[in-house]
Design a protein around this ligand. Structure first.
Ligand SMILES: [Zn+2]
Ligand SMILES: [Zn+2]
Length: 321
């Protein structure tokens, strides 16, 4: 391996603040700061800019062993992704082309759907958004419910100080699963759309910025890993707020709210808790749960749990517990 490749991989995280597809893009950090200021002023009933600045620049918040682990995992994982995963598994594009060719060889030409470009682009964005969000929820929930996967995911939950960099605090094995999930979802959705609308949709359109993902990042997603309590109130029935993800990291709230953007997956599986009342949280893991996981389960049990909650939501008859 050339030294320049290694150095480029090590320096890659420094480019994230300039990359609009990253959550810590400077524009998204700025909008998160504004939202944080508003949320704190609303909760305390006064706008104390000096106090807020002092909290933001408090050295104890940025220079501590928890944040040091976040940063070292960020550098390690970026290097593994760029030096090992991308060269071996490749970019998302090969799987996209494979899926498109698979549909073509199996089903032949797609039906000719004459739709205006804006409708194709909107359908693609919505499909990708929903399937991406659902797959992230399922993988995250599995991480909590499997003894084997919890072993890796607990690294993220050991953070005792939450900063936007805690997003990158994941075990390399979790990063590998995330990478495979991302490749599958992107390939399945994009490959199917290219098969159906290939003549109207270029690869460039498919590779465009994930518009709804960018909106989510711009709407204060950085506050999910922070100590600023931002609740969405009634909207939390539909969208996961930063405060709800903080409850997920709390030592004392049973690791609910597995979702990333949509709250419906948690509601269907009965793992949704609202952040309607402000509470001071203790982040990290209880000593007893460090080697523990929520509850061992198998796939059959997971499916029956979903069916039970779905029936309950639809007011169908369910056996009493
Ligand atoms: Zn988790
Ligand atoms: Zn988290």
């Amino acid at each position: 391996m050339e030294d320049s490749t290694l150095i480029a991989a090590l320096l890659e995280p420094l480019t994230y603040p300039l990359d609009p597809s990253k959550r810590i893009f400077w524009g998204c950090c700025f909008s998160s700061l504004l939202l944080a200021s508003f949320a704190v002023a609303y909760r305390t009933g006064r706008l104390d800019i000096r106090g807020q600045a002092a909290a933001l620049f408090n050295p104890k918040y940025w220079f501590n062993s928890s944040t040091a682990t976040d940063i070292s995992l960020l550098i390690t994982n970026t290097s593994i992704r760029l030096l090992i995963l991308v060269p071996i598994i490749g970019s998302h594009l090969w799987f996209t082309l494979y899926v498109g060719r698979f549909w073509q060889s199996t089903l032949g030409d797609a039906p000719d759907l004459s739709m205006p470009f804006w409708l194709i682009a909107t359908s693609y964005t919505l499909c990708f958004f929903v399937i991406e969000d659902l797959s992230r929820f399922l993988l995250h929930r599995m991480m909590h419910r499997s003894r084997f996967l919890w072993h890796f995911h607990q690294v993220h939950h050991r953070a005792t100080v939450l900063t936007p960099l805690t997003l990158f605090r994941v075990h390399p094995a979790e990063q590998l699963l995330y990478f495979i999930r991302q490749t599958c979802v992107f390939g399945l959705v994009s490959g199917t759309f290219i098969w159906i609308f290939g003549r109207h949709l270029s690869t460039w359109d498919i590779l465009g910025v994930d518009a709804l993902g960018f909106l989510f990042n711009a709407a204060g997603a950085n506050l999910r890993h922070s100590h600023v309590w931002l609740s969405f109130g009634y909207l939390e029935k539909w969208l996961i707020s930063p405060a709800q993800h903080q409850l997920h990291h709390s030592k004392h709230h049973g690791h609910k709210n597995y979702g990333v953007i949509l709250a419906i997956w948690d509601r269907l599986s009965g793992t949704n808790i609202l952040a309607d009342k402000y509470c001071q949280l203790d982040f990290g893991l209880e000593e007893s749960s460090r080697s523990n996981y929520q509850r061992a389960t198998n796939f059959k049990e997971l499916i029956s749990n979903y069916r039970y909650n779905l029936k309950r939501k639809l007011n169908l008859s369910v056996p009493s517990e």
